[in-house]
Design a protein around this ligand. Structure first.
Ligand SMILES: C[S@@+](CC[C@H](N)C(=O)[O-])C[C@H]1O[C@@H](n2cnc3c(N)ncnc32)[C@H](O)[C@@H]1O
Length: 268
């Protein structure tokens, strides 16, 4: 029995029938319903296990990590690879939730904030997390290839914008084992300029800044005391920072609308 089946035995029959992955592949509306449903089922465990994670303005708010975990459940993920550890807020949230399930978490950072490296190492020490110092453009493909045949989820919180999109795209091209990629800071008020691309791409499963996700789960961010301060504070409170979840070729084969554009963008 795989990791998430231990968590939610009631869903095991659906997994065996392959229904969970398939509910992510029948169009964006069905995928969002599916993710909302999955996240809702995880909510009690999420509050219980992750409620103690110390919030930070620069960390990923809980409602957005929950979206990643929802996708993880649906594809019964074995390995999560994060790019962008910094102080490790999102890494700790993932790790606390997954503790004891056997799902392995890797987190890569090139050391943009040197002073945060020991902070992250200390907070993540109790968990099944491997921290890697390096550039994800190099390290992430290596990790994907190190886990052939396993179900892999990726989360990119650095780099941002097109560079994040292309990191995901190249991982999809590399291996069908990569089931999904989450890209952070995609809400339209950011200057990274990829929200329109994501809104039009046939691979997009969820945009957490859209009203359904916010109305269902924004309360988690308030409960955690997350500080949506700084520039665009009001927009941040309303929309969050924005997580875009996109499906890999293992879920949706190459050839959906927007793939050609992404291929051109990421070849340049
Ligand atoms: C916003 S912070 C991550 C915050 C973290 N996820 C959290 O919740 O606490 C972004 C991080 O991405 C890292 N980063 C940016 N580009 C990178 C790359 N190409 N490879 C690895 N890390 C990168 C930066 O060094 C920085 O520490």
């Amino acid at each position: 029995m795989k990791a998430f089946q231990l968590l939610l035995p009631a869903w095991a029959e659906l997994w065996v029938a392959g229904m969970c992955e398939s509910c992510l592949t029948s169009g964006v509306d069905s995928a969002s319903d599916c993710l909302l449903d999955a996240a809702d089922r995880l909510l009690d465990r999420f509050r219980d296990r992750c409620g103690s994670v110390e919030a930070s303005r620069y960390g990923v708010p809980p409602s957005e990590v929950l979206a990643l975990l929802g996708a993880g459940v649906l594809v019964d993920v074995d390995v999560i690879i994060e790019s962008g550890t910094a102080a490790g807020v999102s890494t700790e949230t993932l790790a606390r939730f997954l503790h004891g399930t056997g799902t392995k978490v890797y987190s890569i950072d090139r050391g943009g904030y040197q002073e945060l490296i020991p902070v992250a190492a200390k907070r993540l020490q109790p968990f099944n997390v491997t921290l890697i110092h390096g550039d994800s453009h190099l390290e992430l493909p290596r990790l994907v290839l190190r886990h052939p045949g396993r179900s892999i989820g990726i989360f990119v919180d650095g780099p941002k914008g097109e560079s994040a999109l292309c990191l995901c795209w190249k991982a999809f091209v590399l291996s069908r084992d990569v089931k999904f990629c989450g890209i952070h800071d995609v809400a339209p008020y950011w200057h990274y300029g990829i929200s329109e691309l994501l809104e039009a791409w046939g691979r997009t499963l969820l945009l957490s800044y859209q009203p359904r996700w916010r109305s269902a789960f924004a309360a988690l961010d308030t409960e955690s005391g997350h500080d949506f301060g700084g520039q665009h504070a009001e927009a941040k409170r309303q929309l969050g920072y924005g997580l875009g979840l996109v499906a890999g070729f293992g879920l949706l084969p190459l050839g959906v609308s927007g793939d050609n554009q992404m291929d051109r963008l990421c070849r340049e």
